[in-house]
Design a protein around this ligand. Structure first.
Ligand code: A3P
Length: 335
């Protein structure tokens, strides 16, 4: 435990401070007229997240042993949660006793802004963070530049996952539709509108490319701090990337484990087909509005082809080329 943890009392953000901060911040409706995104520190966030993010930035104290999954929504963070949880706990729970059989991955790897500092306080409240055993498995969708200082300066490790923007957007469209249904929204979300917003950078925790590129650069500069993963790579060669994850977190698979097919068992257990079929992932909601099953939809590479018109493909391909030029980063768009 970090020796300062217990001294770090939960600060309160007053309504006045919040209102004065909000004044002057760009604000746009997104997905429906009741949902506002505001631009704070160059990042588009739901209006209700402003207080939480300030709390995280002021209050959260990372431990050197923390393992934090990061990534923009719908890039495979739930999958990475299942994998990381199973890899870290493999010596404690055999696969047939894995707590993921009874808990949704979101319930075992807490998201800072939704689960811990969110209004619902669905899981441990912030003060319970100090009681979590090490290594704590946490997640955040925050861009690198918005992370609290203690995450950036401690030796905690970040596992970033990204996905090609076309499939990310397709997945986001379905997720947003499911959310709107659960909030009884009367409005019909149009894919074209979500696409236009996305291309203009207006997406949750966007701009998308800035989010990805910043973590990409950090992973190149500090490979022991940031592991950069791609959804499509994990699909293509899960064994290779599971080994990378295990090495990165300092828990490499032993030759004995390899000979016992432990890696293959983890891949199979956390596979889309297996996770989607678990009873625990089929019904119920998370954080009030998100159906557990909506985190397991198709799990494919290239599904965007059913949604993007040729002009949309042209526009986003051009944008991608512009943004990624000179970065050495590229995305696989089809299986
Ligand atoms: P689709 O909507 O394209 O199916 P996130 O977890 O970041 O919200 O991302 C959700 C996306 O990851 C969804 O994509 C979901 O189906 C997919 N996904 C969830 N679990 C998966 C798994 N075990 N393997 C592969 N993809 C998975």
């Amino acid at each position: 435990m970090n020796k300062n943890e217990t001294q770090n009392e939960m600060p309160i953000i007053s309504q006045e401070e919040l209102e004065s901060l909000k004044q002057g911040l760009p604000q746009v409706p997104w997905i429906d007229n009741n949902f506002e995104l505001i631009n704070n520190q160059g990042v588009w966030i739901p209006e209700s997240f402003l207080a939480r993010i300030l709390l995280i930035q002021r209050h959260f104290l990372a431990r050197d042993s923390d393992l934090i999954i990061t990534g923009i929504q719908k890039t495979g963070t739930t999958w990475l949660k299942s994998l990381l949880y199973t890899i870290v706990n493999r010596a404690i729970y055999p696969i047939n006793q894995n707590p993921l059989l009874k808990n949704h991955p979101q319930e075992l790897v807490y998201n800072l802004e939704s689960d811990i500092y969110g209004e619902a306080f669905a899981y441990p409240r912030p003060q319970h963070l100090v009681e979590l055993p090490s290594p704590r498995l946490l997640s955040t969708h925050l861009p690198y530049t918005s992370l609290p200082e203690s995450i950036r300066t401690s030796n905690c490790r970040l596992l970033y996952i990204c996905r090609n923007p076309l499939d990310t957007l397709t997945s986001l469209f379905h997720f947003a539709m499911s959310y709107l249904k659960n909030t009884n929204s009367k409005e019909l979300l149009r894919f074209e509108d979500l696409f236009d917003d996305f291309c203009a950078g207006r997406t949750i925790h966007g701009p998308f490319f800035e989010h990805v590129i910043t973590y990409w650069k950090m992973s190149l500069e500090y490979p022991e701090k940031v592991l950069f993963l791609k959804y499509e790579d994990l699909k293509d060669d899960p064994k290779h990337y599971l080994k990378r994850v295990a090495e990165f977190i300092g828990m490499p698979f032993t030759p004995f484990e390899e000979s016992q097919s432990v890696i293959d068992q983890i891949i199979e257990f956390c596979s889309f087909g297996n996770m989607k079929e678990l009873e625990v992932n089929k019904s119920g909601v998370i954080n009030k509005f998100f159906e557990k099953k909506s985190f397991f939809r198709k799990g494919e590479v290239g599904e965007w082809r059913n949604y993007f018109t040729p002009p949309m493909v042209e526009k986003i391909t051009k944008l991608m080329e512009e943004k990624l030029e000179g970065t050495g980063l590229s995305f696989k768009l089809v299986p």
